[in-house]
Design a protein around this ligand. Structure first.
Ligand SMILES: C[S@@+](CC[C@H](N)C(=O)[O-])C[C@H]1O[C@@H](n2cnc3c(N)ncnc32)[C@H](O)[C@@H]1O
Length: 303
């Protein structure tokens, strides 16, 4: 099914001169193919236009659920996180849009709670590996006093977030040495360390700790290698790296990270993290699934 869809998208995108003819056929596609319809605009538009009726329904629901005033629903055509939900929800756009933004809103709210619990009142926040702003777009509302920056290895993601949310973006490569950032009070990394290979995992962890002010916190998510649901893959080993990722699956998106040596699927044990952290002057607490439901988290506070 997936390959068929992929071929379909590529075919449509490849034959731009047929787009007018295809537009008629497109009209006849049922709702489940709204996503493909949106993708057809790829050649001309960076942003996916979410059906206003769906956007309004989802926004009303989420604003009530997460106590926020408005939601900026700007969505980029290369947003892998969004694409995952669209495919996961079998092309039901309303469910996909809801899930995507619910996760962002929920993560921002949970982060706020965690900061309150650990008495972190950040003036400066960095959303590291922020992607297309699934979480960052909600940070402004939950941390209105804070200055928010984002970082990415994808320059289009930085441009998009600057354009839609006004965030200052920091571009860097996969190499931790390439990050040049001011000291932060809070660094968030959602679903980034769950993708890094061994060669860059520890360097990035050390680098982000270096970027913290004293008393500042790094909160990041990871896949726990000892989670029974991963046993078949990990056998509880300290560090497991699979050379596959959402980006490699959605390789047809123009800025997806295709090199699975750089970006894959990573599992670590608590012990592995503790051993790395023993080399730093920090205290830390494992947070279970209190930040996001799909991965575990840890808060690391710099002494
Ligand atoms: C799974 S996405 C998560 C995006 C965002 N944090 C969220 O939760 O929606 C991981 C992001 O990390 C970025 N990334 C990949 N390698 C990175 C690296 N070495 N350092 C920082 N970000 C990286 C990817 O470009 C991608 O946008």
């Amino acid at each position: 099914m997936f390959n068929k869809l992929k071929d379909y998208i590529l075919l449509k995108l490849g034959i731009t001169e047929l787009r007018h003819n295809l537009a008629t056929a497109e009209k006849n596609l049922n709702d489940r193919f709204d996503f493909l319809g949106a993708y057809m605009n790829l050649t001309q538009k960076e942003d996916i236009e979410i059906d206003p009726a769906i956007a309004s329904k989802v926004a009303t629901k989420l604003c009530a659920e997460y106590n926020i005033d408005t939601i900026n629903m700007a969505t980029h055509k290369n947003d892998v996180m969004f694409a995952i939900h669209v495919f996961g929800h079998r092309y039901n756009l309303e469910n996909a849009v809801y899930t995507n933004f619910r996760i962002g809103a929920e993560t921002a709210l949970n982060l706020k709670r965690i900061c309150e619990e650990y008495k972190i009142a950040p003036q400066k926040i960095l959303d590291f590996g922020s992607g297309y702003g699934r979480v960052s777009r909600f940070l402004k509302q939950k941390f209105p006093e804070s200055e928010i920056e984002i970082s990415e290895v994808k320059s289009q993601a930085l441009d998009f977030q600057k354009r839609h949310f006004g965030f200052k973006g920091i571009f860097h490569s996969q190499d931790a040495e390439s990050l040049n950032c001011e000291k932060q009070d809070l660094i968030l990394a959602v679903s980034v360390f769950s993708h890094l290979p061994k060669t860059t995992f520890a360097p990035w962890l050390n680098k982000l700790i270096q970027c913290l002010n004293s008393g500042g916190a790094l909160v990041f998510t990871f896949n726990n290698s000892e989670d029974p649901k991963y046993f078949g893959v990990t056998k509880n080993q300290n560090f497991v790296y699979q050379q596959v990722s959402e980006d490699s699956k959605f390789a047809f998106l123009s800025d997806s990270i295709k090199d699975t040596n750089d970006y894959g699927h990573t599992f670590v044990t608590h012990q592995y993290l503790e051993d790395l952290l023993s080399e730093n002057d920090v205290s830390y607490h494992f947070l279970g699934k209190s930040l996001v439901q799909s991965q575990e988290s840890i808060i690391i506070i710099k002494n």
